[in-house]
Design a protein around this ligand. Structure first.
Ligand code: NAG
Length: 234
């Protein structure tokens, strides 16, 4: 999230004379954001730049990374905007909706505005990897929540008074169900959700007082952590 703050940081031009890769990182403008981090290994953009020139990376690797690292290492706001949190420019969304302790949908859409044409998938990658539908979470007018996660049995409803059993997040079962409705597949849920534990805590007999059937149900032990990691383009 800090690349907005560091946009103004020093321009650190590459040294083409010693380049191992013909492909350059941020060729036209150099690295505008040296303190940003790239990739799963959180490599500083300044370090990444040296890896382009010291032989660490192959030409093929440089080509892939150069395309991918633009948003982190040398972001430029696109005008007009090419990439949108709802994919469709004309769709509306809830800009104020936030991840717990995380960015708002408006902030995430603003990050999409830095992606050049043809690179929109970069913005979705972290969410897609976790099977989470950021477009439906942000209430895009053109997307219906997948709502495929199931924890409770068919003859059960969700307790409106119980909480998700988790040390990491403070959600009611109903909040958890709403959140989980944005997973694209049951398989993605099953990775994140302790089904048996959640079922025991959140599912009650159908029609029992203090229950609702308005959501399909899931919970998630590490889901929130993973998703917040996915929120960053780094
Ligand atoms: C969100 O879900 C819809 C179907 O409900 C699907 O068409 C769309 O591709 C998904 N988008 C993302 C970003 O996962």
């Amino acid at each position: 999230m800090n690349f907005f703050l560091s946009l103004a940081l020093t321009f650190a031009a590459l040294s083409p004379a010693t380049a191992q890769c013909t492909t350059q990182l941020c060729p036209s403008r150099g690295i505008t954001n040296p303190t940003a981090e790239y990739g799963d290994d959180d490599v500083l953009c300044s370090v990444l730049a040296t890896q382009f020139t010291d032989g660490t990376l192959t030409e093929a690797e440089c080509q892939v990374i150069a395309n991918d690292a633009i948003i982190d290492c040398c972001p430029v706001k696109q005008s007009p905007q090419n990439c949108f949190i709802c994919e469709d420019a004309s769709a509306t969304f809830n800009a104020a909706k936030a991840f717990p302790d995380g960015p708002t949908c408006g902030t995430i859409d603003d990050q999409f505005s830095y992606l050049p044409a043809g690179s929109c998938a970069v913005g979705f990658a972290g969410f897609v990897a976790n099977g989470f539908n950021i477009s439906s979470y942000c209430e895009c007018s053109n997307v219906v929540a997948p709502n495929v996660c199931k924890v409770c049995d068919d003859d059960q409803d969700i307790s409106t008074t119980a909480n998700i059993p988790s040390d990491e997040i403070d959600f009611t079962c109903v909040e958890g169900a709403a959140y989980a409705s944005h997973f694209n597949t049951q398989a993605a849920c099953a990775v994140e959700v302790d089904i048996a534990e959640t079922k025991a805590a959140c599912c009650v007999d159908k029609g029992a007082s203090g229950s609702t059937s308005s959501f399909s149900m899931n919970s998630f032990a590490g889901a929130l952590m993973l998703l917040l990691a996915g929120v960053s383009f780094a």
